[in-house]
Design a protein around this ligand. Structure first.
Ligand code: SAH
Ligand code: SF4
Ligand code: F3S
Length: 485
């Protein structure tokens, strides 16, 4: 277990071990020596800043990155004016890439003041050869680039930069196309002490025709159930009361294990963990949501009554071209089956407008599903062309002005349905996991209901991490004002 490893006891006079994670602990110990020299010279330890773009997967990866950096001895800061900056990137839509280029440029001024500053880029965008090429030619201030498959190697890459080639202007690039390896037992630094994401699988095999994720995250790989259970038990003994099981399609968990285990079987094991109060999961693909899971959602005492079930489009014709493997009708049937099993379930979704060839008729089918499914909320996206995906080479791309107008209508429809939905819960008393002090209002804290609604209510910081009953008094569409009972 990582927290039992004493870096000082690692012999640095021998060759680095070849097996993982021992090799990385060796490099962490080497970097730690460097941190001590830095501290002696400068009177303080080096600072590190990480910024995460994208989804929960990346957020969890960033916790692993900060875990390694803190183990080495870096001090976390919230400013880019730091000795080490890590941007953990996303590339799901074009604007994610554009945002990143701007941010790398802004770092130049800090590097000028602090020439030893180390800039690290990692994550999904780094899996794209074109993006890496552009960064290497346009931004000389980048030092280390790695991808999604070898985050565990951070200490080794850092050692190469700070110990072997501190003054080299050459960027260290280590991006893998694919991996079957899952390195367990590395340190993590959690953002919240009472809740945590837990990866149950990596990658995606679905190849939805618009989506770049399978190309940048590789093929589906499930962690062994015993590793997942051990990690959750450790988190619980560390004070965690809520876990979110993470995967691009959690419903296909376990299929590629030597001894296959279904997602529901895994959930049943997690449910048994004493001290754990709440279980969430993200994301569910409608094509793989089993009756077994629906039934268990109705029975479980710990599963939160929230299901994120991406629709993408309400048009069966487009869903086929998107390679989603369900129809408008089968999706709506699924929704009613879930509502029957779990009447107070909150359902949220992702919707894209502007997919190539989307007609007004197709778009109206999407609006129709929104009204019929009664979503609690929905993330809405304008289709973004991703090079290398099948949809990018489709000829009938929808003109920008048509998409913009549809996007407005989409937003309005989603806001209307979710406002109605949220109003229904006003007056009820629900359990809220208190997450943080409210930064806008003095004396208020903010938490989440099992259905994943945000609630602000009067209370002090001592409530953070506790699950308390709160009456929902006023609905503001995306959040509530409540009163602690
Ligand atoms: N694995 C998850 C989603 C991962 S990406 C799932 O299948 O549900 C998150 C969301 O980004 C997707 O659900 C989709 O709505 C959106 N998305 C993916 N590719 C996109 C693209 N090219 N343009 C616009 N939105 C996209
Ligand atoms: Fe992308 Fe589809 Fe995989 Fe989700 S399931 S990550 S949308 S390819
Ligand atoms: Fe973005 Fe990668 Fe997640 S592309 S949405 S950070 S899997």
């Amino acid at each position: 277990m990582y927290n039992e490893i004493d870096l000082d006891k690692i012999d640095l006079n021998v060759q680095p071990p070849t097996e993982e994670p021992a090799r990385q602990y060796y490099y962490m110990a080497k970097c730690q020596e460097w941190v001590r020299e830095f501290e002696q010279k400068n009177g303080h330890r080096p600072t590190a800043f990480t910024q995460t773009f994208g989804c929960q997967m990346n957020a969890r990866d960033s916790e692993k990155i900060m875990g390694i950096l803190k183990c080495i001895g870096y001090v976390e800061t919230d400013s880019e004016n730091s000795d080490l900056v890590v941007f953990n990137t996303c590339t799901v839509r074009e604007n994610a890439n554009l945002k990143l280029y701007g941010r790398i440029g802004q770092l130049k001024k800090y590097k000028k003041k602090n020439p030893d500053m180390v800039t690290v880029l990692c994550g999904c965008m780094m899996q794209e050869k074109e993006a890496v090429k552009k960064i290497c030619t346009s931004y000389q201030n980048v030092d280390i680039i790695f991808g999604t498959h070898n985050i565990f190697k951070l200490a080794e890459l850092l050692a190469m930069k700070i110990l072997d080639k501190p003054s080299s202007k050459k960027v260290i690039i280590d991006v893998w196309d694919e991996t079957a390896q899952i390195v367990e037992e590395l340190p993590t630094e959690r953002k919240y002490h009472f809740k945590s994401g837990v990866n149950i699988m990596f990658g995606c095999n679905n190849f939805c025709s618009y989506c770049i994720v399978p190309y940048v995250r590789g093929r589906e790989r499930s962690r062994k159930p015993e590793d997942i259970i051990q990690e959750i038990k450790r988190l619980v003994s560390d004070g965690v009361v809520e876990v979110m099981l993470l995967g691009q399609n959690v419903n296909s968990y376990g299929k590629n294990l030597d001894k296959p285990v279904s997602f529901t079987e895994l959930l049943k094991m997690v449910e048994q963990i004493e001290g754990l109060r709440r279980i969430r999961f993200m994301t569910s693909h409608p094509k793989d949501l089993s009756d077994e899971l629906i039934e268990f959602m109705g029975q479980s005492e710990k599963l939160c009554h929230h299901l994120h079930l991406p629709l993408q489009s309400g048009s069966s014709r487009l869903l086929k071209i998107m390679n989603r493997h369900y129809t408008k009708e089968s999706y709506l049937e699924l929704v009613s089956k879930i509502r029957k099993a779990v009447p107070d379930i909150a359902i949220t979704t992702d919707i894209i407008t502007g997919f190539p060839g989307e007609t007004e008729e197709d778009f109206n089918e999407t609006l129709d599903v929104i009204k019929k499914a009664g979503y609690d909320s929905a993330f809405t996206f304008i289709y973004s062309k991703r090079t290398g995906t099948p949809a990018a080479s489709m000829e009938n791309q929808v003109p920008e002005e048509v998409v913009k107008e549809r996007f407005e209508r989409l937003l309005n429809t989603v806001q209307n349905t979710s406002a109605k939905k949220a109003a229904q819960y006003v007056g009820s008393t629900v359990y809220v996991l208190v997450e943080e002090k409210n930064t806008q209002e003095e004396g208020f804290v903010t938490g989440r209901t099992g259905q994943n609604y945000l609630v602000h209510f009067k209370g002090d910081e001592s409530l953070i991490g506790q699950i308390v009953p709160v009456k929902l008094c006023e609905s503001k569409n995306f959040y509530y004002y409540g009163e602690k009972q």
